[in-house]
Design a protein. Structure first.
Length: 377
């Protein structure tokens, strides 16, 4: 009995000390891996309920939008890796029910938002919701992080490397976890390195394959979620801005564009939105991306310029389109023709070859199939 208790005590002590997911951490200056951003940020907001009145929700891609450059409120970046609309809704409902005053909401969507199943995140230590939001029992939540022996072995070496043996290595200090100001993970040296050798960066083999691949079809659930978010915004008089992130060309052409287009058409029946996806001078240029998933902050600045008129940056023509119920068909026909135009020179997958052959017919059919929904005021 004593030996078992001793072993459990050792495991807990090591896991608490390492705290790889940032569950107990109050200082992120020596964080050695991406923490559970969903939990960490909600924990911070619960202790600072009146500090912010505006929030950016989305995946880690949306994190490249600087909340301090949006001037119509006190913004906080509430994005988290692989963030999905259903998770945003749960967090927003909880915040409103807990007395948060919300003035503005920005909701970023991705080429995987309508495909991924949020249930797969519930047991993922990187991604799961704060227990106050999910309703998970505290003993179960904390036990998952601190009681399991398997958590210890893979992370203790990283912890020692980051905090002791390689403490001052540039690779160990390049990321700044700005959880208590902007909510973002910053990497100033990442962009410096790109600018120092642009040619090497744009020719990196990292741009030849998608960083993540998500399959499935969750369109109807996501549309129901977006309807509820729109309804909440209307009832609470919250200014809601919805946008679709600019997928890198490699990632964009890897997804099922027929399904993506169907989602976009039905989304326009619920709310206006800004569409930054497609093939344009940004998404086809490796310079504007770290890899095939995350665009750089200078792209985030361009997106803010399109949506809000500032900051004062130059936005290439054709980057960002304000989609409404009235213009969605024409917009998506234009995007379909972009694909049709490259089919001779680019090896499209089977789904996107079929998509390129049916531009006009596809959008008309999707529009007819669109679910009825309240008008978007």
């Amino acid at each position: 009995m004593v030996s078992v208790i001793s072993l459990v005590t050792i495991v807990v002590c090591i896991n608490v000390t390492v705290d790889a997911y940032g569950i107990l951490r109050t200082d992120f200056s020596r964080q050695f891996q991406v923490p559970n951003m969903n939990y960490v940020k909600m924990k911070y907001l619960l202790a600072n309920r009146s500090k912010f009145d505006s929030f950016i929700f989305g995946s880690s891609r949306s994190e490249k939008i600087d909340p301090k450059k949006v001037t119509d409120g006190e913004y906080y970046d509430m994005t988290y890796p692989l963030g999905l609309p259903e998770e945003h809704l749960e967090n927003i409902r909880f915040m409103l029910n807990s007395g948060f005053r919300i003035k503005n909401l920005m909701i970023g969507l991705d080429d995987f938002s309508h495909r991924a199943d949020p249930k797969e995140h519930q047991a993922n230590l990187d991604l799961q919701l704060h227990p106050a939001v999910s309703g998970k029992k505290l003993e179960n939540f904390y036990g998952e992080y601190f009681l399991k022996l398997s958590r210890m072995f893979g992370q203790i070496n990283l912890y020692i490397r980051h905090n002791y043996t390689h403490r001052n290595d540039p690779e160990e200090t390049r990321f700044i976890y700005d959880m208590f100001q902007s909510g973002r993970i910053l990497c100033p040296t990442c962009d410096v390195q790109i600018e120092e050798n642009i040619e090497q960066h744009i020719n990196s083999p990292e741009f030849l394959k998608p960083l993540i691949q998500v399959r499935g079809n969750n369109i109807e659930n996501v549309l129901a979620t977006m309807r509820e978010l729109k309804d909440i915004a209307n009832k609470r008089k919250i200014h809601l801005t919805v946008f679709i992130n600019p997928s890198h060309k490699t990632a964009y052409l890897d997804t099922d564009l027929r399904l993506f287009t169907e989602f976009k058409i039905k989304l326009a029946e619920i709310t206006d939105y800004y569409d930054f996806s497609g093939l344009n001078s940004i998404t086809t240029n490796n310079y504007y991306y770290y890899e095939t998933s995350h665009y750089r902050p200078l792209v985030g600045d361009m997106m803010l310029k399109v949506m809000f008129g500032s900051p004062d940056v130059i936005v290439p023509r054709g980057f960002g389109f304000h989609v409404t119920r009235e213009n969605v068909d024409q917009h998506l026909n234009d995007q379909c023709r972009e694909i049709s135009g490259i089919r001779v020179t680019y090896d499209l997958n089977a789904a996107n070859k079929a998509f390129a052959d049916s531009c006009d017919a596809m959008t008309v059919k999707a529009a007819k199939d669109a679910s009825p929904s309240p008008d978007h005021r």
